[in-house]
Each structure stands twice: as structure tokens, then as C-alpha cells.
Write a protein that binds this ligand. Structure first.
Ligand code: MLT
Length: 221
């Protein structure tokens, strides 16, 4: 572990095994710089998206929690009843927990809580979308890779000023195209600026996602 990495500290951070990597190189001297909140897919760990984060924004600070729900030994960020059928009570509870964790981590690690960009894949993208739809202001922006509609809010939040990049696969066997379209529509109706990146791929992500997300990040944030 290098000197700019830290383990769990502080009572408030209990609940998520995680990695925090402070900004480094020339990025550390620039202000303001975002902190990437890395949210892995089902069965992943806090290590999974570190290299993706580094490719997207070399030298940026990264906060990477491990989902605190277990499904047959696989870590997730919230419970589901079946593939694509979410336990909404648990989703709302876990969304609140993750939001509180990010706020506590900002104090512990001294990063700007108003400059957090989520980078989520699959289940991680779904909880990031849930954070956007439940707690406007927690995320400045989000890169959602293969997301679904986590839930439909009774009242849309005000997401004006929030930028979202959505990357979807037209042949995704887990996320039907209509789900992604509905999520994009919900976010736009809430006032977010949304960029959709449609690829002729499936649920797995690759270099095409990374390249598009990176150029979106450079241009938009
Ligand atoms: C979910 O459960 O969040 C989605 O179905 C994606 C997945 O994790 O398979």
C-alpha cells in the first residue's frame, strides 16, 4: 500500500470496507479536482474499478467502497428479489447509508463533498442512479455504465447542474434498451444534462466505454 492510501478510519466509516486514494501528481496541485466514487458490479470488490478510475482521470482522488450486501457470497450495494427486480426498501436504506458514508469520508479524508463524481458499473451504476434520484447534491456528476432504472421517484428531484454520462450496450442481456432509455428520460426530466453512449455490445464494458467516458469527463467536468 503506498503512502497516499488509507484504510478505514473513524466510527462513521464503519459499514463499508473501502479504499481511498488521495489525488496525486499534478492533479494534487490543481483545485478544484473531483473525487471519483467507484462503485463495482455484483460480485466485485473495492479493488475492481481502481484502474478504470485511473484511466478516466489519472491522479484524481478515488473513494472505492465494497458493497455491504451479500448475495450467495457476492458483494452488492443493495438486495434484489430476482435479476432486475429490486428490493426497494433495502435499496432506499442502502442508498441512504452510502450517501452518509460519502459525507463521512469527505470529512475523514478531506475532500470536497460537493465535487464527487460517481463511476458505477451495473449494480454500482444502479445505486449511483438511486443516489441521483434520491439525494440531489450528493453527486456532482456520474458515469453510469450499463445502468437500469433503480426506482421511479414519486416526485422528481432537481438535478439541474448535474451531468451524467450513460453507457449502454444495445445487446445487453441484463439491461433492456428500454430501461436505459427510461432512465435517461427520468434524469433529463429532473433537469440533469445527460449524454448517452450507445454501443453494439453487451453487459461487459471495454475500451470503447472508457474512451467515450474519458472524453465526456474532460469536456463536461
Ligand atoms: C442489479 O441487480 O443491480 C442489476 O441486475 C445488475 C446486476 O448486478 O446484475
Amino acid at each position: 500500500m503506498s503512502t497516499n492510501e488509507k484504510n478505514i478510519t473513524g466510527q462513521e466509516l464503519v459499514g463499508y470496507v473501502h479504499r481511498f486514494i488521495a489525488a496525486s501528481g499534478s492533479v494534487a496541485d490543481q483545485q478544484p479536482t473531483p473525487t471519483l466514487l467507484l462503485l463495482h458490479g455484483t460480485g466485485g470488490t473495492e479493488e475492481d474499478l481502481l484502474s478504470l478510475g485511473n484511466m478516466l482521470f489519472p491522479g484524481a482522488a478515488m473513494l472505492s467502497p465494497r458493497g455491504n450486501v451479500l448475495e450467495d457470497g457476492m458483494s452488492r450495494f443493495f438486495r434484489r428479489l430476482a435479476e432486475g427486480v429490486f428490493d426497494l426498501d433495502d435499496l432506499h436504506r442502502r442508498t441512504g447509508e452510502l450517501t452518509a458514508f460519502v459525507r463521512a469520508a469527505a470529512e475523514t479524508y478531506h475532500f470536497d463533498p460537493s465535487n464527487v463524481i460517481a463511476v458505477g458499473y451495473s449494480n454500482g451504476a444502479n445505486i449511483a442512479a438511486s443516489m441521483l434520484l434520491s439525494s440531489p447534491g450528493v453527486l456532482r456528476g456520474a458515469i453510469l455504465l450499463r445502468p437500469m432504472v433503480p426506482f421511479i421517484p414519486d416526485q422528481l428531484p432537481d438535478l439541474s447542474g448535474t451531468s451524467v454520462f450513460v453507457s449502454a450496450g444495445r445487446m445487453d442481456p441484463i439491461v433492456p434498451q428500454a430501461q436505459t432509455e427510461q432512465l435517461i428520460q427520468l434524469l433529463q426530466q429532473a433537469g440533469a444534462s445527460v449524454h448517452a453512449n450507445w454501443l453494439n455490445g453487451g453487459h461487459g464494458i471495454g475500451l470503447e466505454d472508457v474512451r467515450a467516458a474519458r472524453s465526456w469527463l474532460v469536456t463536461n467536468l
